[in-house]
Design a protein around this ligand. Structure first.
Ligand code: ATP
Ligand code: MN
Length: 449
């Protein structure tokens, strides 16, 4: 094949064989009468070394431009390599310079750069080792997501990005307006904060569904774990109760970790070396533990008795903050934790009301370094309870007419959750800032590229 990737070339077994490598020069080392050009093409973290004799056509006349970042095509013979590292190398017979990269101005020279600097050149950072690894892992996680749900009979559905319903309580929204016509949609429209309500409608038709799409929240705070535009995976399954929902969430996170080790072992090694020395240990530990399941009431109790100096006080009825979440998963239990049975007053109207009259069948999954990675619930399918809660909260049932109608006809227990995809990528890569796991981040004050 004309365009063989380095990932493919490195798998070649019939040697020697004529091949062409196309990619970018990572480094060049000159020795007496020859040069070693290390080539990468993004298909893998691995590089392919080309050994170029001084007399090779295209070599000497281009030498000044054969520098880090320049693009080249090198024809030659792929042979077994004697040194450590990759098992093959290319003995060059012709070098073609495709595009030079001025050594004075090309920002990605060989040495490691800080994350902040790389964020300021987001259009170039995918060419670095770390960001190559992160974005390859991101792709693997996306495909593993589709495989996981397909294997369990979930259908992939697409829910609207522009919406007029606000999935109450999910966060501040962006308004959508046309510059040609006032009131384009006939009423105020927003960018979606969650596809859940639509997904529930589809679950009633298809049994088990999931969405995987862009989600928007006008988070006006500069945290390491919030974006204005992020991707969310939202399964919704009929005949699932809260326990099935927790099982699904736990299995899903473990399947993602399995995929990373099976498909991106070299990338995860690199990140373990340069980004988080505990990454592999944390992932393996998560993969092998049974997630702790506790009630909100017990969680508050543990936090209150911990003696830990939290910035925000803990009391029954209040939110569990990130610092509390991280304390529970990192210090107290030292493994992932699922909290259930939150007070109904701090959760959304659609959650299943427990018999105690105070709590709902909500669940949050907490993992080390991140805190909340998944939020979900069993949904209230009992029409009287659902409508009652809407009224209780001072909302108008007519605004939720279509949603209520789902449970007017053939209501069944059902449950679902939302996984913030970028939080999963953070967890699997060790990256500490959510802006570094999405290629072109959108956050408050930031929409470049
Ligand atoms: P948090 O308390 O962390 O702000 P949340 O409770 O508002 O999150 P949910 O409404 O439960 O979030 O959304 C489901 C999941 O979506 C969360 O568990 C998280 O993984 C992810 N998520 C929520 N908001 C954001 C955001 N602004 N950027 C990236 N991911 C997010
Ligand atoms: Mn949540």
């Amino acid at each position: 094949m004309l365009n063989e990737t380095i990932a493919a070339l490195l798998q070649t077994t019939q040697l020697p064989t004529k091949k062409t490598v196309r990619g970018w020069i990572r480094s060049r080392r000159d020795s007496k009468g020859l040069s070693f050009l290390v080539i990468s093409d993004g298909s893998t973290l691995q590089t392919l070394q080309a050994v170029v004799d001084a007399g090779t056509p295209g070599y000497e006349e281009n030498l000044a431009h054969l520098t880090t970042g320049a693009s080249v095509a090198i024809e030659g013979e792929l042979i077994a390599s004697l040194g450590k590292g990759p098992k093959v190398e290319l003995k060059a017979s012709k070098v073609t310079l495709l595009g030079a990269a001025d050594a004075e101005t090309y920002p990605l020279q060989k040495k490691g750069h800080g994350m902040e600097f790389l964020r300021s050149i987001a259009h170039l950072r995918a060419r670095s080792n770390v960001f190559g690894a992160v974005f390859r892992i991101r792709a693997t996680l996306a495909q593993a997501t589709h495989r996981f749900f397909a294997n369990r009979g979930f259908y992939y559905v697409h829910t609207p990005i522009i919406t007029a319903s606000d999935c109450e309580g999910a966060g501040a929204m962006f308004e959508v307006r046309a510059n040609t016509k006032e009131d384009f949609f006939g009423k105020p429209a927003m960018l979606t904060v969650s596809g859940q309500l639509n997904a529930e409608a589809l679950a009633y038709g298809l049994g088990r569904v999931y969405t995987f799409g862009p989600t928007f929240r006008a988070e006006n705070s500069n945290t390491n774990r919030h974006l204005a535009e992020f991707w969310m995976i939202e399964p919704e399954a009929t005949f699932f109760d809260i326990h099935d929902d927790m099982d699904l969430a736990e299995d899903f996170l473990k399947a993602l970790i399995d995929a990373v080790f099976a498909e991106r072992a070299d990338d995860v090694e690199l990140l373990n070396q340069f980004i988080d020395k505990e990454l592999i240990a944390t992932l393996k530990h998560t993969r092998d533990s049974k997630f702790v399941r506790i009630t909100y009431t017990d969680a508050v109790d543990i936090l209150a008795k911990s003696g830990h100096p939290f910035e925000f006080p803990v009391a029954w009825g209040g939110d569990i903050q990130t610092e509390h979440e991280r304390f529970l998963t990192e210090q107290h239990f030292k493994q992932p934790v699922i909290i259930t049975g939150y007070p109904k007053d701090i959760k959304s109207f659609y959650m299943f009301q427990n018999d105690d009259g105070k709590t709902v069948a909500a669940m949050d999954v907490l993992v080390p370094r991140i805190g909340e990675i998944i939020g979900g619930s069993q949904r209230e399918h009992r029409l009287d309870r659902l409508e009652g809660r809407i009224r209780e909260l001072g909302m108008n049932p007519e605004d939720y007419a279509w949603y209520l109608e789902l449970n007017r006809f053939g209501a069944v227990p059902h449950a679902g959750f939302g996984l913030g995809f970028e939080r999963a990528v953070m967890f699997c890569t060790g990256m500490v800032n959510i802006r570094d796991v999405v290629p072109f981040p959108r956050a408050v004050g930031q929409a470049a590229y």
